[in-house]
Design a protein around this ligand. Structure first.
Ligand SMILES: CC(C)(COP(=O)(O)OP(=O)(O)OC[C@H]1O[C@@H](n2cnc3c(N)ncnc32)[C@H](O)[C@@H]1OP(=O)(O)O)[C@@H](O)C(=O)NCCC(=O)NCCS
Length: 278
């Protein structure tokens, strides 16, 4: 009788073709958020804005949501260990969610993106996963302001982000924060305005927003009114439900759509096609 105990071709994992060991999820516990914060804070790019990063990641201020990439089975559990960098995430991404003022969908702006160990493919895995997870919730455009470094520009370019003229966003979404609008323009450490890059995730007909949105005084010296969004305007699922398993991530990364888009303008993915991808 042959000994099959070491025959790995028979393992269910191999049978399912699961070689990916990372999973992506929305930070829904304090331990996740602290680990994400430490990941961002470990980068020189974000050192000068530590307090902003902290309120956005830990307190979710500014309509922010944070996503993390972890080694399977190594999702941070302890706040103290995350703060002491004993429990780490592989990469973290913080985005600001923006419901369209006149339409029912959302667009998102990347505020912070970092990979703990760089050039290991973790950054691109997390961005791909987040794009898909957000697309499932009705986000159709993502905006990023790449830091003025070869690394950041090359990264966002590789992920399919480009300067767009005209913008993929309607005019009312391009009003900057200082004038009471939703866009948060960014600048370099020397104060130079950074270029806005955009990527369309899905082609979809825009449904008009039915409910009237409330406003409150805000913006520069309270001269402008800010829109007040309810939590359900900023997400369609609970944070704890926004996850992508290692197998789903593997399928996403190896899908023909994803492979085709590397270094090119992204294709428009039809609604519901993730069901085939996953
Ligand atoms: C930018 C960052 C998030 C990228 O994450 P990463 O895990 O290192 O990126 P990946 O390994 O997935 O690389 C994907 C692609 O990005 C590009 N890239 C990444 N690092 C690069 C570098 N140092 N130089 C040139 N290109 C680079 C490459 O095109 C790479 O593809 P390739 O390896 O097939 O050539 C990460 O390097 C980081 O944390 N940087 C510091 C913080 C920062 O600058 N964040 C962005 C602010 S806008």
């Amino acid at each position: 009788m042959p000994d099959r105990s070491r025959d790995r071709s028979r393992s269910p994992r191999r049978a399912a073709g699961a070689t990916e060991t990372c999973c992506a999820l929305e930070a829904c516990r304090d331990a996740h958020r602290w680990a994400a914060y430490e990941c961002h804070f470990s980068k020189t790019t974000f050192k000068t804005e530590a307090s902003q990063v902290r309120t956005r990641v830990i307190a979710c201020h500014g309509q922010c949501r944070t996503f993390i990439l972890c080694e399977k089975g190594q999702v941070p559990k302890s706040i103290q260990k995350a703060k002491d960098r004993k429990e780490l995430v592989l990469a973290a991404m913080t985005v600001r969610m923006n419901p369209y003022r006149h339409y029912s969908k959302m667009w998102a702006q990347v505020l912070h993106m970092s990979a703990w160990e760089e050039r290991q493919g973790h950054g691109s895995k997390l961005v791909s996963a987040v794009e898909e997870l957000l697309r499932q919730e009705g986000v159709d455009v993502i905006v990023s302001y790449p830091a003025p470094t070869q690394q950041a520009e090359s990264f966002w370019n590789k992920m399919g982000y480009r300067g767009q003229d005209p913008s993929l966003l309607p005019d009312e979404e391009l009003i900057p924060r200082c004038r009471g609008g939703p866009l948060w323009p960014e600048q370099s450490l020397s104060g130079e305005p950074l270029e806005r890059w955009e990527k369309r995730l899905a082609a979809c007909a825009q449904q008009p927003r039915e409910e009237v949105t409330r406003t409150r005084p805000g913006g520069d010296g309270r001269r402008y009114r800010e829109f007040v969004w309810r939590p359900k305007d900023l997400r369609k699922r609970l944070a704890s439900e926004v996850t992508m398993s290692a197998l789903q991530l593997q399928k996403l990364m190896s899908s023909p759509v994803r492979r085709r888009m590397r270094g090119k303008q992204p294709p428009l993915v039809a609604e519901g096609s993730i069901a085939q991808v996953l």
